[in-house]
Design a protein around this ligand. Structure first.
Ligand code: PEP
Ligand code: MN
Length: 339
């Protein structure tokens, strides 16, 4: 941590700050210039609240230099994490992976039609919700285990992997036999009990950014998973709540290169929830790949106008096929290929 004292800070105030830092376990390096004193504090083992320092008399500003997360930090694995799957697909390497499918699994016919279509277009994962976190308790809540069975069968038939959202601890053992990736939704990003349990499983987890979460909070939530022993973690930008109302959320494309720099974990982008409107999904999907995303999570429906959830942001099959063709051009321009 670096603590810059105010120009008018007295020697007594400086000493009090030094005492406090030493009490917290820091070794303090003092640099006194012609006008200002700056304290470099290193080596504290215990967690602390930076505001405790900021509010001390005479302090101008205090900044953390080392990150509050350790295992997710890029320095833990400078070469980057690559999550590998049984069929040879991997996320976080040179290849860009596309995950596509409906918001919710609705029927046998729907999921098989969508699986066939996205597989032909080049997707590697079938997405689809079995347990849905809906804003209203009266909205469709998902088909549960039946949806998982259907998704697994459809995915196997069309050589796809399966990603689906886990909403609570009790669903983990039920889902493990059916899915290849457990998705933690935006609303559960800070469900620390769920994260702790997912830290114990040996199945990749995709952790979505919370609706009002900072990038640091996203990384700290991922730290829960890794601290529990699950190192197969992927992060996902899916749009955040801002004052803009034209789109459902504001797709924070800048989070992609920021996370890629701060962390070794693969970064996925979800332009569907990020924008909430199907006409905005392809441009944001293209932008995400150009910005360095390792994978895209896209909602596609065989008949979006009849979808039981998120129809307005679900691509028509032909829109998805066109997006895939565009991504095949964009990926090589940024040194990647489409898986
Ligand atoms: C989803 O992917 O279906 C979903 C509910 O996403 P989010 O958690 O980002 O809202
Ligand atoms: Mn959805």
């Amino acid at each position: 941590m670096i603590v810059a004292m105010q120009e008018v800070a007295t020697e007594e105030q400086i000493q009090k700050v030094i005492e406090r830092l030493v009490h917290l376990g820091f070794e303090v390096h003092r640099s006194t210039g012609a006008r200002q004193t700056v304290l470099g504090a290193v080596g504290a083992r215990n967690e602390f609240d930076i505001r405790d320092i900021e509010v001390l008399e005479g302090v101008s500003e205090a900044h953390r230099v080392s990150s509050p997360y350790k295992l997710v930090a890029r320095s833990f694995r400078p070469e980057g994490t690559v999550v590998k799957f049984s069929n040879g697909v991997s996320i976080g390497g040179q290849e860009v992976v596309i995950m596509a499918g409906p918001c919710s699994v609705e029927s046998h016919e729907q999921i098989f039609e969508v699986a066939e279509m996205v597989s032909k277009a080049g997707a590697r994962f079938l997405r689809g919700g079995a347990f849905k976190p809906r804003s209203s308790p009266y909205s469709f809540q998902g088909m549960g285990e039946e949806a998982l069975k259907l998704m697994r069968d459809a995915a196997d038939k069309f050589k796809l992997l399966v990603i689906s959202e886990v909403m609570e601890i009790s669903q983990i053992p039920l889902m493990i036999p059916y899915v290849d990736v457990l998705q933690v939704g935006a609303r559960n990003m800070q469900n620390f009990n769920l994260l702790r349990e997912l830290g114990k499983v040996r199945k990749p987890v995709l952790l979505k950014r919370g609706i009002a979460a900072t990038i640091e909070e996203l990384l700290l939530s991922a730290e829960y998973l890794m601290a529990g022993g699950n190192y197969e973690v992927m992060l996902c930008e899916r749009g955040i709540r801002t004052f803009e109302t034209y789109t459902r959320n504001t797709m924070d494309i800048s989070a992609i290169p920021i996370v890629k720099k701060l962390s070794h974990l693969p970064m996925v982008a979800d332009p569907s929830h990020g924008t909430g409107r199907r006409d905005k999904v392809p441009p944001m999907g293209r932008a995400a790949i150009a910005a360095g995303a390792d994978a895209l999570l896209v909602e596609v429906h065989n008949c979006p106008d009849k979808a039981l959830s998120d129809g307005a942001q679900s691509l028509y099959p032909e829109q998805f096929t066109k997006l895939m063709a565009e991504l095949r051009i964009i990926a090589p321009a940024v040194g990647r290929t489409l898986a």
